[in-house]
Design a binder for this molecule. Structure first.
Ligand code: BMA
Length: 890
């Protein structure tokens, strides 16, 4: 479509139809001119000049035009540091028709500028920007002319800007100043409202981006423009619903009219008289849902369906249509329950959706790429579908990244993934000068208005770890200065963000930080003495040195919103960004990619607690085996911790428990490097993600030792009660068949509970199974219902560290690949002549995923399915397939 062509239908970013352009009613229509596409880009001294895509960023443009190589290759993040120290200018030329200029108002709208820019139109500055998370619009009608119009966006180096702002803030320090050296990042990111991790993080590179990261357009209108429609369902007792519809309208002058709101599928309609005042105004209407139309609710993944309803909004002046929009409404309620818990000090902390307590199972989301223009729908779909397929029902959008694109939230709505939405502040103190706060105010209002229609978002949260940073004094703030920082904290998160969110959205809870003691923190002036207190709120817990197989090391918290362990991605993820010289664990490359102090050694030390470390004399095999062992270690650690949280949902032990959330750190990656992620950059599942499929299953057997006994708990997220017993099999490491099997009597397991279903002293269990010792045998177990049917996945429990296991042999696994569905679905049959642990299938460069992976083979045969991400053939898959098991690496 040519830039100037008026559209008959105008589609807003959030999928809302804005206005119908009728030839008979031209005066009432807004016209949009899309200014996206190819612009020119140059640096400050004009030595670099190239074409650049909008939306996009400088780094992507330089790469696409061949000025730089792949920024992710080897050490290029450091080689290309100069880019963010330069200033860059985007320029485009467009024509503005007389018809367009004849409108009363013409606005130049930027959906996202990254970050600090002056905007010039035909040589005149029309405005400035300083916040990546805001939409900006500027009135430009009188500057437009016949013929060519020149639009220029001059971006300042974000690194230099941040440093200038910091220098201007001379009264007191706003720490942390700079990231740790190991991150190879830039300083003072807290002084600029942009993606905080773009200056580096402990899992990510420093690419302080600049650019027009979202769309640019002209909007012209004579009467009014509908800026946004949002809707929030409210209810009385979950039976009588009403929808609060908010229209953000930009009117040229006072405009009276009628608004017709309708939910056709619910037979509900309302017509209201209204008056839009001049300028941008928020207009709130309520549509009562017809009491005789039953509403189907939105439920999280695993708890029910998700029916959406069409909401139609039309505005008339006389008989003329002045606005029209359509969007989706889902009905659900959310409460955050913080109330006294019998037998436990503190308060509960759990989410009730549609009146039902729900255990949140999932992970934490970080930006999916260092360059947001590279996060396309396929990337989002693959990651979110992967979350759903791993039985997750929740993700936390972490506060050091970006407020995600609309599609992210729409997919979460569809898939039933509940979103804990942070505001974008992380691991730092922040300035509170008036202009900074003012910019944050705009950011918060716009983001809440943009996102509040999504049922997936179940809570807002002010920041990541800033309460903890203040209370446990990460930045060595002298006691005498503490009050100043406390005051700034309250100013930003309580008096500004919380107050605005409560004004904009009464339909969901607001937490000031994560971790926090919630109501407990509030009582202590918003910064608790110990925000990690397991009796209140949510906790983050990391411990790399302690034995992660020992559940006693984990806090029995109300809600675990972060915990995790690092691992390396697969060789196929690293290969395209490295050369042969890099393929060893102690190469410069391996250290360079590790952004967490001592991270590479921490992984090996944790691995060595349980496993023999790889010792191949072939350097590449030693490297790939080490990648493997870090994935095994991570998968097993996060499994142990998650199972502990899930089995703690019904109990109070020593005053602690009733855990109702397990969101491990982290789901995805920003680049190919070691990190806490369960899905590596490029979308391939690590072993942890396959484990998550099991440890997040709706019905799960959890085995653990307490004192001298082995216990099996049945964890159920089902709605209804089931009768479950445990079947425990003892295997010898040296023989792929059970040595003996024990059963417990089925007991009732209520919906949403964790119940002990099996308890036996380990010694008695082994004694009953002739000749078994802790070193020679291992246990597998599953749950069966009253009818003898297996419920949930099988699980296992090792009675010793696998490095001490006696009889574990090299299994010599052979694989046969067979096509099941043309080019996309394959069966992979494995034959093993011994018990094999952590059997890992890697399809190399063939994208896709297996039905299960990283499993224990206690019998000689297993078949799994492979779902290819692109068309392939059995021969190609079979040629790329590498099978590794624990005994193969030493
Ligand atoms: C938490 C997160 C991130 C970090 C992670 C791993 O603190 O909030 O800041 O990446 O731990 O260190």
């Amino acid at each position: 479509m040519s830039k100037n062509q008026p559209r008959t239908l105008i589609l807003l970013e959030n999928g809302v139809l804005l206005c119908l352009f009728f030839a008979v009613l031209p005066a009432f229509c807004s016209v949009t001119v899309n200014l996206n596409g190819k612009w020119n880009l140059s640096n400050s001294d004009g030595s670099v000049f190239l074409g650049a895509g909008v939306p996009g960023c400088v780094h992507s443009a330089l790469h696409q035009a061949g000025f730089i190589k792949d920024p992710y290759y080897r050490f290029n993040d450091v080689s290309y540091r100069w880019i963010a120290f330069d200033n860059w200018t985007y320029t485009t030329t467009f024509s503005a028709s007389a018809q367009l200029r004849a409108n009363q108002r013409v606005l130049l709208v930027f959906d996202g500028v990254d970050t600090v820019a002056s905007i010039w139109l035909n040589g005149i500055v029309v405005g400035k920007t300083d916040n990546m998370f805001r939409i900006y619009d500027f009135a430009v009608r009188d500057l437009l002319k016949d013929g060519d119009n020149v639009l220029k966006v001059s971006l300042l180096s974000p690194v230099l800007y941040a440093s200038e702002r910091r220098n201007a803030h001379s009264a007191y320090r706003v720490p942390p100043e700079c990231p740790p050296d190991v991150q190879k990042g830039e300083c003072h990111v807290n002084f600029i409202r942009k993606e905080q991790s773009s200056f580096s993080w402990d899992w990510g590179p420093s690419f302080p981006t600049m650019g027009l990261w979202k769309g640019v357009r002209l909007e012209a209108f004579d009467v009014l423009r509908l800026v946004r429609v949002s809707s929030v369902p409210l209810h009385n007792n979950l039976s009588q619903w009403r929808v609060q519809v908010e229209l953000l309208v930009d009117a040229v002058q006072t405009t009276s009219g009628r608004i017709a709101l309708s939910l056709p599928e619910l037979d509900s309609e309302q017509v209201l008289q209204t008056q839009f005042l001049p300028g941008k105004t928020r207009n709130v209407f309520t549509l009562n849902v017809n009491a005789s139309s039953p509403v189907k609710l939105w439920w999280p993944n695993g708890h029910g369906g998700r029916r959406s309803y069409r909401l139609q909004v039309r505005g008339f002046q006389g008989r003329a249509l002045i606005l029209e929009a359509e969007s989706k409404v889902y009905f659900r309620s959310v409460e955050l329950v913080q109330e006294p818990v019998p037998g436990s000090p503190g308060l509960s902390f759990y989410f009730r959706i549609n009146g039902k307590p729900i255990f949140l199972k999932g992970s934490n989301w970080i930006p999916a790429h260092g360059f947001q223009d590279r996060v396309d729908p396929a990337v989002l779909r693959n990651l979110l579908r992967s979350a759903k397929e791993a039985n997750m029902n929740a993700l936390r959008v972490w506060g050091g990244g970006v407020y995600e694109q609309d599609l992210f939230y729409s997919l979460c709505d569809e898939m039933g993934i509940m979103v804990w939405q942070d505001f974008m502040f992380a691991c730092a103190m922040y300035p509170t000068e008036e202009d900074f706060i003012q910019s944050v105010r705009e950011e918060v209002v716009q983001q809440v208005q943009r996102l509040k229609s999504h049922p997936s978002i179940i809570t807002w949260s002010g920041n990541n770890e800033n309460e903890a940073a203040l209370s446990t004094n990460w930045f060595n703030i002298p006691a005498s200065q503490r009050p100043r920082y406390l005051k700034d904290y309250v100013t930003l998160y309580v008096d500004t963000i919380r107050a605005l969110v409560q004004e904009e959205d009464q339909s969901r809870p607001f937490l000031v930080s994560s971790p926090t003691n919630g109501a407990g923190s509030e009582q202590q002036g918003w910064v608790a003495a110990d925000p990690y207190d397991p009796h209140y709120g949510d906790t983050h817990f990391y411990s790399y040195a302690l034995d992660c197989w020992d559940w006693r090391t984990f806090p029995r918290t109300r809600f675990a919103s972060e915990y995790g362990f690092q691992s390396w991605p697969s060789f196929s993820a690293l290969k395209p960004v490295s050369t042969k010289d890099d393929w060893s664990y102690d190469s410069n490359f391996s250290s360079h990619r590790q952004h967490h102090e001592d991270g590479n050694q921490q992984m090996l030390r944790q691995a060595a607690l349980h496993f023999h470390l790889p010792n191949s004399t072939d350097p590449v095999k030693a490297f790939t085996d080490t990648l493997y062992i870090t994935q095994v270690t991570q998968a097993q650690c996060v499994k142990a911790q998650t199972e502990f949280y899930r089995r703690s949902r019904s109990e109070i032990v020593e005053g602690k428990g009733r855990t109702m959330g397990a969101l491990y750190w982290q789901l995805n990656d920003v680049w190919p490097a070691p990190s806490w992620s369960s899905i590596e950059f490029g979308g391939k599942w690590k072993m942890l993600h396959y484990f998550a499929q099991n440890f997040f299953a709706a019905v799960l057997p959890v085995g653990f030792e307490d004192g001298d006994a082995l216990l099996v708990y049945a964890v159920s997220d089902l709605r209804h009660e089931v009768t479950l017993g445990a079947v425990v099999s003892v295997y010898s490491w040296s023989r792929p068949e059970p040595a003996c099997t024990l059963r417990s009597d089925p007991v009732p397991v209520p919906g949403g509970s964790a119940v002990s279903v099996f308890k036996r002293p380990v010694a008695a269990l082994l004694a009953a199974c002739g000749g078994c010792t802790r070193l020679t045998c291992l246990l597998t177990f599953h749950l069966e219902d009253g009818g003898g049917g297996q419920r949930g996945p099988a699980n296992h429990h090792f009675l010793c560290k696998p490095k001490d296991a006696r009889g574990l042999l090299r299994p010599n696994i052979t694989v046969t690949v067979r096509e099941l569905d043309v080019g996309y679905v394959f069966s992979v049959a494995l034959r093993s002549d011994a018990v094999a642990a952590f059997v890992w299938l890697d399809a190399g460069g063939v994208p896709g995923r297996f039905g299960s992976n990283g499993f224990l083979m206690v019998s000689g045969y297993r078949a799994v399915v492979f779902y290819a991400g692109r068309h392939t053939a059995a021969a190609e898959l079979s040629g790329s397939l590498v099978v590794t098991s624990l005994r193969d690496v030493y």
